[in-house]
Design a protein around this ligand. Structure first.
Ligand code: AMP
Ligand code: MG
Length: 282
């Protein structure tokens, strides 16, 4: 079974995050379930990812296909989004890659529809983007704190599904990943940030207040994962207490997704023999 199948949130069913153990390592058993094995493997997967990425870019350049890829990451605070970006996106060619973070909306963003800033970040054909947070914040933090009236956020699940269907039809492959940590793990990571001067910058006192809403967030995640895991853009839940597992799993999900696109180097758009002859005389 592929890792995508193992970690996929079933389409059209009620999903409950509490049924997933954040310390589990699906797909890695025995001696493979170790930091040493997973870290080594990540390197090899990374080489495969950059090859796929180059083929994606080359194909779009030569044939004009509209194929592009978005890796969308969501997690509770301290869930490891930044670390994943560094480890997984770090294996790729920065030239064909954008990493976009979606924080608290700016005044300008608030004047537009919630999908406005997301649309702007969709990569052009041949390119790759990582979304660090996404349109889902508008049914997560916004729902937990009722930042807009309930009838507004309630309508957003269908709007998000329609948006993702539209992107898919336009050649965008969307890989949605929720990094799932436990409440204890979040505490340990916050504690680390408070005891390491090189990590102070990562600590946000507001995170402690948000931690008080843990259960509300988990419920909001359950609704989003249940309602927005679709055939065209399914959700995946990656147990993320172990960073080595998280990085291996996200890289593997991405590799499986790209392998499905049947990428290859495009054939020449010119007569190779003729060009060789011309070059010899040039
Ligand atoms: P960080 O990822 O640590 O930079 O934090 C970004 C913060 O912005 C998080 O607390 C998010 O929940 C918050 N955020 C992201 N999108 C939205 C949104 N649409 N509305 C309100 N807050 C948001
Ligand atoms: Mg933060």
């Amino acid at each position: 079974m592929s890792l995508r199948q193992q970690l996929r949130v079933p389409v059209g069913q009620d999903f409950d995050l509490s049924t997933v153990d954040p310390s589990s390592t699906p797909g890695l058993t025995g001696k493979k379930a170790s930091s040493k094995w997973a870290r080594k493997k990540l390197k090899a997967i990374g080489d495969g990812l950059s090859l796929f990425q180059e083929q994606l870019f080359a194909t779009a350049t030569v044939t004009g296909t509209r194929r592009r890829v978005v890796l969308l990451l969501q997690a509770m605070d301290c869930g490891g989004k930044d670390g994943t970006v560094k480890k997984v996106a770090g294996t790729m060619n920065p030239g064909g890659l954008s990493v976009v973070g979606f924080g608290k909306p700016t005044a300008e963003e608030l004047r537009h529809d919630f999908l406005w800033r997301i649309r702007k970040a969709v990569p052009p054909p041949g390119q790759f983007a990582v979304f660090n947070r996404s349109q889902y914040e508008d049914v997560l933090i916004v729902r937990v704190h009722n930042l807009v009236p309930p009838e507004v956020w309630e309508g957003r699940y269908d709007q998000i599904n329609a948006f993702e269907a539209e992107l898919t039809a336009a050649g965008v492959t969307i890989l949605k990943v929720m990094l799932h940590i436990s409440r204890d793990e979040q505490k340990a990571r916050l504690d680390k940030r408070l005891h390491d001067p090189t990590k102070y910058w990562k600590f946000d006192p507001a995170d402690l207040q948000e931690r008080g809403f843990w259960d509300d967030y988990q419920s909001a995640y359950n609704v989003a994962l249940s309602r927005c895991s679709t055939e065209i853009a399914p959700w995946h839940v990656v147990p993320a207490n172990h960073k080595w597992y998280r990085d291996w799993a996200v890289a593997t999900l991405l590799h499986e997704t790209l392998a499905d696109l049947d990428l290859s180097y495009p054939p020449p758009s010119f007569d190779v023999h003729l060009e060789r002859k011309r070059l010899a005389k040039a």
